[in-house]
Design a protein around this ligand. Structure first.
Ligand code: HPA
Length: 235
């Protein structure tokens, strides 16, 4: 079964034939109950990472979220992640399917007490499915990009962005944790990122949280179209 972990502006809670599962894990409770239903004829498990009340990014229990999906026998996880753009040629409204990521501020692990080193990568087959889905859906997207994870909840300073733009394409606060934990748990993971703003200082217009939320809601329709295509292809 596919799992989908998404941000605040994207929901599949209204899927046909949906049922909810309240999960517990050795790491505590996940962000919310998991909704299991059908999308494009395919069974999917949906988990909103910010929960019903809006858990801030630095407090999300990513380990519980990934563990809960694994326990439900999910084998592939698609992250829907909101990002800011580090490049003028990558405007808000674009979707990005990253091919790699970096996180200079640390990444969560399931291996706190064991020497286990996974070699991180985003799942090539799942990325291929997302790329075909985006092509089929006819949305504006980039089929690669490096995702840089910051901690949040604050946005980055202009100086931070001026440095980060030398190393990647988009910035967000969640994907590196999810990708790494999924890999440690033996789950395939890839992400479809919605570019909801230019990062601080990339353009002259001041950056506000309100504008990011507004653009994220606008982009949710394109993400939905892509996921529908992916699930129809897999059904
Ligand atoms: N920075 C970090 N995370 C984000 C941004 C950003 O500009 N936009 C959406 N998520």
């Amino acid at each position: 079964m596919f799992g989908i972990i998404a941000g605040r502006s994207f929901s599949l809670a209204g899927m046909e034939a949906a049922e909810t599962q309240v999960m517990e894990t050795p790491f505590g409770a996940p962000s919310d109950h998991v909704t299991i239903g059908r999308l494009g004829g395919r069974k999917v498990a949906f988990l909103p990472r910010h929960g019903p009340e809006g858990i801030p990014p630095h407090r999300i229990n990513h380990r519980a979220n990934v563990y809960a999906l694994k326990k439900l026998e999910v084998t592939e996880v698609i992250g829907v992640n909101s990002v800011g753009s580090l490049r003028e040629e990558l405007p808000p409204g674009r979707l990005v399917i990253p091919h790699d990521y970096l996180s200079p501020w640390g990444i969560l692990t399931f291996y706190e007490h064991q020497v286990v080193h996974v070699t991180p990568s985003l799942d090539a087959a799942l990325r291929g499915l997302l790329i075909r889905g985006a092509q089929g859906a006819g949305v504006a997207f980039s089929q690669e990009g490096v995702y840089i994870q910051t901690i949040g909840p604050r946005l980055e300073t202009k100086a931070e962005i001026a440095m980060l733009k030398n190393f990647g394409h988009v910035v967000g606060m969640t994907m590196a944790h999810e990708a790494t934990l999924c890999q440690e748990a033996g789950l395939a993971y890839a992400s479809i990122c919605s570019v909801d703003n230019y990062c601080h200082g990339i353009i002259d217009t001041p950056l506000t949280e309100k504008e990011i939320a507004h653009k994220a809601r606008e982009n949710a329709g394109a993400v939905h179209k892509v996921l529908l295509r992916v699930m129809e292809e897999m059904a």
